[in-house]
Structure formats: structure tokens, C-alpha cells
Write a protein that binds this ligand. Structure first.
Ligand SMILES: *[C@@H]1O[C@H](CO)[C@@H](O)[C@H](O)[C@H]1NC(C)=O
Ligand SMILES: *[C@@H]1O[C@H](CO)[C@@H](O)[C@H](O)[C@H]1NC(C)=O
Ligand SMILES: *[C@@H]1O[C@H](CO)[C@@H](O)[C@H](O)[C@H]1NC(C)=O
Ligand SMILES: *[C@@H]1O[C@H](CO)[C@@H](O)[C@H](O)[C@H]1NC(C)=O
Ligand SMILES: *[C@@H]1O[C@H](CO)[C@@H](O)[C@H](O)[C@H]1NC(C)=O
Ligand SMILES: *[C@@H]1O[C@H](CO)[C@@H](O)[C@H](O)[C@H]1NC(C)=O
Ligand SMILES: *[C@@H]1O[C@H](CO)[C@@H](O)[C@H](O)[C@H]1NC(C)=O
Ligand SMILES: *[C@@H]1O[C@H](CO)[C@@H](O)[C@H](O)[C@H]1NC(C)=O
Ligand SMILES: *[C@@H]1O[C@H](CO)[C@@H](O)[C@H](O)[C@H]1NC(C)=O
Ligand SMILES: *[C@@H]1O[C@H](CO)[C@@H](O)[C@H](O)[C@H]1NC(C)=O
Ligand SMILES: CC(=O)N[C@H]1CO[C@H](CO)[C@@H](O)[C@@H]1O
Length: 682
């Protein structure tokens, strides 16, 4: 009875809300889209939203909605409210600052020419272009840029996309980063939402300034010592605490909470086909400012491997977007979080309409100009089960042809990903014409699958691949394992943050996002390093999530050596054992492995200096995925207790280290003992 009443009340509330929301955006939906072109400004207006753009630069300088004159930060310069930008540099030897610290050059992509592409009552599409020629060499990125803005009738928002083109004869250059940024006004937008769980009232940008905030180990991280709103006192603000994987980064934004009239502004990204590096790549989104970013390409959590490098004679063209800037509002004391539910519903609608039919550029292809790939993904790991097992929840994607796993560093083309169903079936739709490889991986198994031939997509093609079988790297039975093979270190021990450096949002979720966890290692292991004993230790409690350097009293850092102790009942001295070492991230790490002799020289394995992912400083629980398959000669092992020593030697900084994903020791493929056969039928 009670349950039923509650359901009724919920339904009633839902209908009321629906009514109010419809009410608040339906007043003038009958009016068509109007365009007003002035000497210095262009205004698109559909009776719901009015957007003011600078002419010919193509900056969004005003968004008028729900009775608010401008949702964007009116105290900012007009070029710093809503804009596209790029961080670039000259290519090869002309790059001004090479290497990891190369910062590139920041450019707001100011256009020089304005054109109306579509103008009717249903739709307005505007183009702001910038054309490159050799007189601009070294001054501007060698790109023709076409920034587009679209407004539709009856739509509570507007779209933007851009076409970048590098012609064949133009000079080499690099792109480090490119994105769209919006700066909502700080006096109104105080509540930020990234996901159902990640949402909060945010401090003010002023709280980060000297006198109010104290800069910590790097400029992005600031402790709020004397914020304007005392409730934020003592918290750490750092934009990297709010980064988000591409696969779940499709809507985020800000709410102006107001008892009588709340307003939301959202960035909706309906597809990540145009973002670099696939589903797991982490990008910045919304963070203090207030700032909202739709980042299409960056080196964050990946490093210089992800700088887009164009050689001379390398023609390139790519469409970024469209993305949707969505506005909603609600009156009369209903929870502003309902705006979030409405924004999620709108996101579902946008995803449903992808690829959009309305962009006018011939470079944005509609659904019937795209192709489709279907198949079924199975896995066979003989030491778990001899059969071919359908993969549920496996990621399957198309990206530019390359080596196994290359999708995580691929950034010039488009990528198309989906997830297999419970029976292993997948269908990737709306793929742009071109040549691709098919890549896949799945939680629970190490390594990467790659289909053995190039897939050529043409308009309207429907390719049926049938059953694809992944046989993950495996030579023998599991003797022991640590962690879960899922490309993340989240299952390991995450320490409590230093109480001086807390973000209250992450006390009970995503605890790895706290600032300063790298200092906690030395506090827990002041003299002796971590020792893990197979069969006794529990990786959730006893395996620190990152192998970090230990801070010494004199402010220097010390490399560390972790030990894995394990017991073998028997050893085949003629066999080759296999150590599978999957890393979730590395930052300037040099890993050496020794067995049963901590001083052995050379070690049985020594990596180069690997990774420039900066995942530790930026609170990521993964960066790029690395897999090492290391032979262990049976003569190195003994019956009884053995020890593997994992040494990270680079002591350059607190941010150097390794995040392990999963470690496994396999017995030899064929082992013959006195009393037992482990035989493998190949
Ligand atoms: C557009 O912005 C400019 C510059 O702030 C302003 O002068 C103009 O009045 C705005 N136009 C409208 C219709 O809001
Ligand atoms: C501006 O763009 C239009 C359309 O692309 C073109 O016809 C015109 O020549 C351009 N003007 C300048 C000054 O580049
Ligand atoms: C090259 O670009 C500059 C800057 O936009 C422009 O002033 C100049 O006319 C262009 N030259 C040619 C040959 O198009
Ligand atoms: C709340 O909304 C009312 C009505 O639109 C407006 O007058 C008031 O300034 C708003 N308050 C804030 C803090 O935005
Ligand atoms: C690719 O794999 C399939 C299935 O294993 C096999 O039939 C085919 O011959 C392979 N093709 C190439 C080019 O290796
Ligand atoms: C893919 O198809 C296109 C159009 O049929 C063709 O031009 C291209 O050479 C093909 N590529 C490969 C690798 O087969
Ligand atoms: C700092 O202390 C460590 C041991 O505590 C020592 O090995 C190292 O040489 C010292 N470094 C400097 C620069 O004093
Ligand atoms: C294992 O080590 C022994 C002793 O050093 C050596 O004789 C043997 O060749 C090694 N086996 C392999 C497969 O490398
Ligand atoms: C082997 O290791 C276990 C667990 O650490 C320990 O209890 C045992 O005493 C060790 N045995 C020998 C012979 O060192
Ligand atoms: C072990 O394998 C050998 C060779 O295949 C076979 O003759 C023997 O019976 C097996 N022993 C056991 C215990 O299975
Ligand atoms: C061959 C060898 O070095 N064996 C050593 C392996 O490690 C165990 C435990 O530390 C030692 O007891 C062995 O002597």
C-alpha cells in the first residue's frame, strides 16, 4: 500500500516536473530561427536561446536564456567566454620546446572570415574560417580552420563543430591539444555535475588566488586556506581530480541554483568517434572556473606519445564534433538535480540522433554514407577452459591500421567502439569510410586482440566478420596471480588522503582522485619496502596501488624494491616459467626484475625508461596499458620459498613510478614430475 502511494507521488512529481520544464522552454518555440548580422556581431535567436558571436572571429560572447542576459562570464574578455582553441608547435627540429616539458603554443583559433551557410526558419548554420598560407609560417598552425555554429528551431541550445585541414605541401607541425571551452559566469553557476556520483558545490575561482589559496606541488593544485565561502576551507582544488574517461564523458555541466528559477548549462558529446585514443583516454571536462571543456585531443594521462605529429607532405582533414551546448531550467523549488536527469535524457536523445542529419558541411557524413561491421567475439584460454567462450562486455573497436593495441596511441583518425552483449555479439554502426584494423580487449584477460586483416569500410557497406577468437597470451598454468586484469589499479590498496589535502567528494568514492597520495607510501613504509606473500597477503589491502619513490628527510627521493614471496611445491629446472606483468601506467619508470637474488647483475628483466603519462600527479588510476611477458628459467627457482624483486630505480621525483594492473606467474607449458603430469594438448 505504502509502496503504491510512493510510486503515485513519484509519478505525480515527474509529471509536474515535466509540465514545468516544458512550460519553461515552450513559450516561443513557434518562432523560427532568426539571424541578425551586425558589423561586429552575429546573433542567432530561436525564441528560446539567443547566441551572440563575434564577427568575424567566431567567439561565443553571449548566451541569453531563461531571462538571464548572459550565461557566460561577462567580466571576461570577449575572446575568453566560449571559444575553440589549439595548442600546436612547429614540427620536427623546429619544435620550440621539445620533450615532455614542451608546452606548445596556445591559439584561440580566431577566424578572419564569416559566411552564412544555411539561413531559414528551421535552421541557421554559420561558418567562421581562417585560411593558412606561407606568409603565416611559424606564426599560426598550418591549418585551414572552419568553425561552424548551428541553431535549430525549437531547440534549447546550439551545436558547434569544426573542420581542420592540413594541405599536402604545407610544413610539418604538431598538435598537442585541441578543444572547445565555455566559461559560465561565476556569480551564478556554482553547482557542478560530471556524473550521478560526481557532483558538488564548487568554490570560487577567487579562492585559488594568493592570500586565499596556497599552491601545492604544482600550480593546478591549490589548498583553499581562506575561501570566500568558509565551507570549502581546507579542501584541495585541482582540475585533474575531475577528469573523465572518454567512454563515460558524454554530458557534464553547471547549474545556477535558485529557489525560484534554476538554470543548467551542459556540454553534450553524442559520439566520441572524433576524440583521440579510444574509450579509456581521460580528458578534462568541467572543473572550477567555472569551466566546461569538450576536449578532442590531448596528451593528458598518455604523454608525448600522443602528440599528433604531421610530417611535411602529410595531407590531413578531420571533423571535430558536432557537440551540443544544452540549456535547461526549472522554476519553483524543485531540486536542481532534476535538471541533471533532464540533461541525461537530452543526451540520450542526441546519441539516438547520431550521426546528425543537419550539419551542412559535406565533410560531415550522414548515416547512409557510413558503413557497418558485425561479428561475435569469443575468447579461449586453455588453462581456464578448453572451449571458446563468448565475451560479455568486451570492447571492440575500429581504428587506423596499426600494431596490436595501437588504438590507445592513435590520434589522427576516427575510432568507432562498441561493447559486446552477453552472447559476445557486436555491431559497430555508422563507421566513416576508410581502412581500419579491428581491435578488442576484455576485462579478465590480459593483452589485446587484433583481427588479422585490414577492414575496408565504404558508404553503405555491411561487413559480417563471423566469430573472432582471442587467445590471450598464455604458456602454462597459473601458479599465482595478483590483481584483476582490467587495465586499472583501482582494486589495489588506496590509502586515506593526508587530512590536510582532502577533496570531500572523494572520501567514499574514487579514492585515488585525492591529492598527495604519493606521499603516503613513505609514511606507510618508512624504511622497509612492500613485501607481498602469495597465499597470505590480500592485494586489496597489501598491494599499494602505485610503486612510488620514498621521500627522505632531506627532501630527496629513493627508488624502491618490492618483493613477492611465493612457495613452489616442485620446480622443473628444465622448464621455462612465464611472468606476465601488466601495467596500468608508467611515468619515467625504470623497472628491473630479479629472482631469488636481489643483487643479480644483470637482472632477468630491465625496462627502458618507460612512460610519460603523469598519472600519479594527476590522480589517474590508469594511463596507457603495458604488457611484459618475461621468461623465467626454471633453474632460477627453488622448491620452497622464492622471491621476485621488483625494483623501480628512477628516483628523480615523487611523480615517477608504476601502477600495476595485474601480475601472474605461469608454470612451464609442459611439466613432467615424478607423481603428476601437467600436459598441454597443443
Ligand atoms: C552582442 O555582444 C555585443 C558585445 O558585448 C553587444 O554590444 C551587443 O549588444 C550584443 N548583442 C545582443 C543582441 O545581445
Ligand atoms: C570568405 O569566405 C567565402 C566563402 O567561403 C569566400 O567566398 C570569400 O572569398 C572569403 N573571403 C575572404 C576575404 O577570404
Ligand atoms: C596570406 O594570409 C595573410 C593573412 O591572412 C593575408 O593577409 C594574405 O593576403 C594572404 N596571402 C595570399 C597570397 O593569399
Ligand atoms: C534567482 O532568480 C530570480 C528570478 O529570476 C532573480 O531575480 C534572482 O536574481 C536570481 N538569483 C540569483 C542568485 O541568481
Ligand atoms: C585470418 O584468420 C582467419 C580465422 O582464423 C583465417 O581463416 C584467415 O586465413 C586469416 N587470414 C590471414 C590473412 O591471415
Ligand atoms: C578500400 O576501398 C576503396 C574503395 O573501393 C579503394 O579505393 C581502396 O583501395 C580499398 N583499400 C583497400 C586496402 O582495399
Ligand atoms: C639524503 O638522504 C639519503 C638517505 O637518507 C642519502 O642517501 C642521500 O645521499 C641524501 N642526499 C642528499 C642530497 O643529502
Ligand atoms: C636455463 O639456465 C640454464 C643454466 O644457466 C641453461 O643451461 C639453460 O640453457 C637455460 N635454458 C634456457 C631455455 O635458456
Ligand atoms: C616460507 O615462507 C613462509 C611464509 O612467509 C614462512 O612461514 C616459512 O617459514 C618460509 N619457509 C622457509 C623454509 O623459509
Ligand atoms: C604422464 O605422461 C606420460 C606420457 O604421456 C604417461 O605415460 C603417464 O602415464 C602420465 N602419468 C600420469 C600420472 O598421468
Ligand atoms: C637460486 C637462489 O638464489 N635461490 C634463492 C631463492 O630465494 C630463496 C628465498 O629468498 C632463497 O632461500 C634461495 O636460496
Amino acid at each position: 500500500m505504502k509502496q503504491g502511494t510512493m510510486e503515485f507521488v513519484n509519478l505525480f512529481m515527474f509529471l509536474m516536473l515535466h509540465f514545468i520544464m516544458v512550460l519553461s522552454s515552450s513559450n516561443s518555440t513557434n518562432s523560427g530561427v532568426r539571424l541578425d548580422i551586425q558589423e561586429k556581431h552575429v546573433i542567432m535567436d530561436n525564441g528560446i536561446v539567443q547566441v551572440n558571436l563575434s564577427n568575424p572571429e567566431g567567439y561565443v560572447i553571449g548566451i541569453q536564456y531563461n531571462g538571464i542576459d548572459n550565461l557566460l562570464e561577462v567580466v571576461n574578455d570577449e575572446s575568453n567566454r566560449g571559444y575553440w582553441d589549439i595548442v600546436w608547435d612547429q614540427g620536427g627540429v623546429k619544435r620550440t620546446k621539445k620533450g615532455a616539458k614542451g608546452k606548445g603554443r596556445f591559439d584561440r583559433m580566431e577566424a578572419t572570415n564569416f559566411t552564412v551557410i544555411v539561413e531559414n526558419e528551421e535552421q541557421v548554420e554559420l561558418s567562421f574560417t581562417r585560411t593558412w598560407n606561407f606568409s603565416l609560417e611559424g606564426k599560426l598552425a598550418p591549418l585551414n580552420i572552419d568553425k561552424r555554429f548551428i541553431m535549430l528551431r525549437g531547440s534549447s541550445g546550439f551545436y558547434t563543430y569544426a573542420i581542420y585541414e592540413h594541405l599536402k605541401e604545407w610544413p610539418a607541425f604538431d598538435i598537442d591539444n585541441t578543444r572547445v571551452a565555455f566559461k559560465p559566469r561565476k556569480d551564478k553557476f556554482k553547482y557542478m555535475i560530471i556524473s550521478d556520483e560526481r557532483q558538488r558545490f564548487m568554490p570560487l575561482p577567487d579562492d585559488r588566488l594568493p592570500g586565499r589559496g596556497e599552491v601545492l606541488a604544482y600550480p593546478e593544485a591549490v589548498r583553499l586556506d581562506n575561501p570566500i565561502e568558509p565551507e570549502f576551507k581546507g579542501e584541495v582544488d585541482d582540475k585533474y581530480e575531475y577528469s573523465c574517461e572518454s567512454r563515460s564523458n558524454n554530458v557534464h555541466g553547471w547549474i545556477s541554483t535558485n529557489k525560484s528559477d534554476s538554470t543548467g548549462i551542459w556540454l553534450i558529446t553524442p559520439s566520441y568517434e572524433f576524440r583521440s585514443a579510444g574509450p579509456l583516454k581521460q580528458y578534462l571536462g568541467s572543473h572550477l572556473g567555472p569551466t566546461m571543456l569538450s576536449v578532442f585531443h590531448s596528451t593528458h594521462y598518455s604523454g608525448t606519445d600522443l602528440i599528433m605529429k604531421f610530417g611535411p607532405n602529410e595531407p590531413w582533414k578531420k571533423v571535430f564534433g558536432p557537440i551540443f551546448i544544452y540549456l535547461n531550467s526549472i522554476s519553483n523549488g524543485v531540486s536542481p538535480k532534476m535538471l541533471w536527469n533532464n540533461a541525461k535524457q537530452q543526451t540520450a536523445n542526441e546519441i539516438e540522433s547520431w550521426p546528425y542529419t543537419f550539419p551542412a558541411s559535406k565533410d560531415f557524413l550522414s548515416s547512409n554514407q557510413r558503413g557497418k561491421v558485425e561479428g561475435r567475439f569469443l575468447v579461449r584460454d586453455r588453462y581456464i577452459k578448453d572451449a571458446f567462450v563468448p565475451v560479455s562486455g568486451g570492447y571492440v573497436g575500429l581504428a587506423a591500421p596499426g600494431d596490436v593495441g595501437s588504438w590507445q596511441r592513435e590520434c589522427k583518425g576516427y575510432q568507432f567502439w562498441t561493447v559486446t552483449d552477453d552472447e559476445g555479439y557486436f555491431s559497430i554502426t555508422d563507421i566513416l569510410p576508410g581502412d581500419y584494423n579491428l581491435y578488442s580487449w576484455v576485462k579478465g584477460f590480459i593483452g589485446d586482440f587484433q583481427y588479422n586483416s585490414t577492414i575496408n569500410i565504404t558508404s553503405g557497406s555491411e561487413i559480417k566478420l563471423g566469430e573472432l577468437v582471442y587467445e590471450p597470451p598464455r604458456d602454462g598454468p597459473t601458479l599465482w596471480e595478483i590483481g584483476i586484469p582490467d587495465r586499472s589499479a583501482a582494486e589495489f590498496y588506496i590509502p586515506d588522503p593526508n587530512p590536510l589535502y582532502v577533496n570531500l567528494l572523494y572520501l567514499n568514492q574514487d579514492r585515488y582522485r585525492q591529492y598527495g597520495l604519493w606521499e603516503r607510501y613513505a609514511e606507510l613504509y618508512p624504511n622497509e619496502d612492500l613485501v607481498y606473500t602469495v597465499g597470505i597477503s590480500d592485494y586489496k589491502k597489501d598491494w599499494f596501488f602505485a610503486q612510488l619513490n620514498r621521500k627522505k628527510d632531506n627532501n630527496t627521493y629513493q627508488g624502491t624494491t618490492w618483493q613477492i614471496n611465493f612457495n613452489l611445491d616442485q620446480v622443473n629446472p628444465n622448464g621455462i616459467y612465464k611472468l606476465r606483468l601488466a601495467l596500468a601506467s608508467a611515468h619515467f619508470a625504470q623497472l628491473q626484475i630479479r629472482i631469488n637474488n636481489s643483487n643479480a647483475n644483470p637482472p632477468i628483466f630491465s625496462s627502458e625508461v618507460i612512460g610519460k603519462e603523469n598519472t600519479i600527479a594527476r590522480h589517474g588510476i590508469h594511463g596507457l596499458y603495458w604488457l611484459y611477458n618475461i621468461d623465467v628459467n626454471g633453474t632460477l627457482l627453488v622448491k620452497g620459498n622464492n622471491t621476485i624483486f621488483l625494483t623501480q630505480t628512477n628516483n628523480a621525483s615523487p611523480f615517477v613510478g608504476i601502477l600495476y594492473d595485474y601480475i601472474r606467474l605461469e608454470g612451464p607449458a609442459y611439466v613432467k614430475f615424478e607423481d603428476q603430469n601437467y600436459s598441454l594438448v597443443k
